[in-house]
Design a protein around this ligand. Structure first.
Ligand code: GH3
Ligand code: MG
Ligand code: MG
Length: 429
């Protein structure tokens, strides 16, 4: 929760602002005088000071000067006044006032600013989670940067005094702060090498070099920003925040891209895969068979198919229920996958029928495979001592199209069924 002190003795504005702030989950403290404001500052952490300029006891400008000279000088000050002219504005901004709001247009601007304050605070929270590497050959400078970061609660910081050490580090950092004047290697080279190893991390060059050519070269080498030494703490942190904004946007984009790729992959998989067994589905089997047939024609190779059907499967369902039947289907499907070669294609052709496409395989080879599978299925262990057998029709490609070839295997499967099941039938060439 954030806290605002509002110094204004008008009950009307106090009431109005109280509601606006509280609606936004802020703690609102209103005081009538600047002295009371200092008292509050002493006893509670404050995130924003809002003040008018004209007080009976003290001039508002004087109050701002006192805040600036105190240990509360980091708290943003917003001035709300009806006394608006360019001269006053200039003076206010010179004193570090972050916002000047003429009383009549008070709100939109103010709450826009407050929203931003919240986002800035969130960014700081994000920065605290980052792993940061600082490279500087000057140990004092390293300490200075570390101190500035530590003051903001940023502690995941590793410091390096040579480029060699940093480049050899196994760890990837989200932010690199690189001094560009180094004894053994140019900062530009360091940045170039970092860019190749760290991908999208933020790289900020830090130096006192002023020459435009050097600075523009650093950006060419892959730096995201350049900060001139000596720098003000607040500006330094603000620049890190600015870079973090783009970094987070980029990361979000990458995340969305990866998610989309995953969804596309899943979608592609879903149109090819049978939901129950995880094998290819009927549609994909035909696509692949057509492809394989065109390969056979082009390269004069061999191709065989096996049509497999579980025997008396209806009675499995009748005895053990549909779910029991499904379990058998899954186990048979797994067995097929395990007993075929990597280049073979196996899918669920229909209910309890499977089709295996065996590229570069003669009828003899296909029969050996079919017989092996028949035996393995016959010996599978199921609950309740259930025994399962399959019948197979094995056919070699002899110029048919996909439909004809499958029809040939299906015809042979039918023969296997008629001749008593648990056997393979092939077309004798
Ligand atoms: P045959 O030895 O002649 O092949 O006899 P069968 O009982 O195996 O053959 P039939 O074609 O008469 O019955 C096939 C059964 O397979 C009927 C159907 O309910 C069942 N079936 C089809 N798809 C599924 C499924 O996804 N899950 C389950 N549990 N059963 C299915
Ligand atoms: Mg069957
Ligand atoms: Mg069937």
């Amino acid at each position: 929760m954030y806290t605002v002190i509002h110094i204004d003795d008008s009950p009307f504005f106090q009431k109005m602002l109280q509601k606006e702030f509280e609606d936004r989950n802020w703690k609102y403290i209103s005081v009538d005088t600047t002295e009371e404001a200092f008292h509050i500052l002493e006893i509670t952490p404050v995130d924003l000071i809002m003040t008018k300029l004209l007080f009976e006891q003290e001039d508002g400008e004087n109050f701002i000067r006192r805040v600036n000279g105190s240990r509360y000088n980091h708290i943003p000050i917003v001035v709300v006044t009806s006394n608006d002219n360019i001269e006053i504005r200039r003076r206010m901004f010179a004193m570090g006032v972050v916002m000047f709001i003429p009383k009549n247009i008070y709100y939109r601007q103010l709450f826009h600013f407050i929203e931003k304050l919240k986002i800035e605070e969130e960014l700081l929270t994000d920065i605290r989670k980052l792993h940061i590497a600082v490279l500087d050959d000057d140990r004092l400078e390293l300490q200075l940067i570390q101190d500035i970061l530590a003051k903001k609660g940023i502690g995941n910081v590793d410091v390096f005094s040579t480029a060699e050490e940093l480049l050899a580090s196994e760890k990837q950092y989200a932010l690199y702060l690189v001094d560009v004047v180094l004894p053994d290697i140019s900062g530009e080279q360091v940045i170039m090498q970092l860019r190749t190893i760290c991908g999208n991390s933020m790289i900020m060059a830090v130096s006192c070099i002023e020459h435009y050519k050097v600075i523009s070269n650093l950006f060419l080498a892959g730096s995201d920003d350049y900060i001139m030494k000596p720098f003000r703490e607040e500006v330094f942190i603000a620049r890190i925040k600015a870079n973090l904004r783009s970094y987070l946007l980029l990361q979000e984009k990458e995340r969305q891209k990866a998610e989309l790729q995953k969804k596309n992959y899943e979608l592609n998989r879903m149109v090819r895969i049978d939901g129950l067994t995880g094998l290819f589905n009927h549609k994909y089997l035909y696509e692949r068979l057509e492809q394989e047939i065109s390969q056979v024609k082009r390269h004069q190779t061999q191709l065989s198919v096996i049509m497999l059907d579980i025997d008396y499967f209806k009675s499995v369902n009748d005895t053990y229920g549909h779910q029991g039947g499904d379990e058998v289907l899954v186990k048979v499907a797994k067995t097929l996958q395990e007993n075929l070669r990597k280049g073979d294609i196996v899918g669920r052709y229909g209910g309890e029928e499977f089709l295996a496409i065996l590229p570069h395989t003669s009828i003899l080879g296909a029969c050996i495979v079919a017989e092996k599978i028949r035996q393995v299925v016959e010996n599978l262990q199921f609950e309740h001592d259930l025994k399962i057998t399959i019948s197979c029709g094995v056919a070699a490609h002899e110029g048919e199209n996909a439909l004809e070839l499958v029809g040939k295997a299906d015809g042979l499967l039918y023969v296997a069924k008629v001749e008593g099941r648990n056997k393979i039938k092939y077309d004798a060439i």
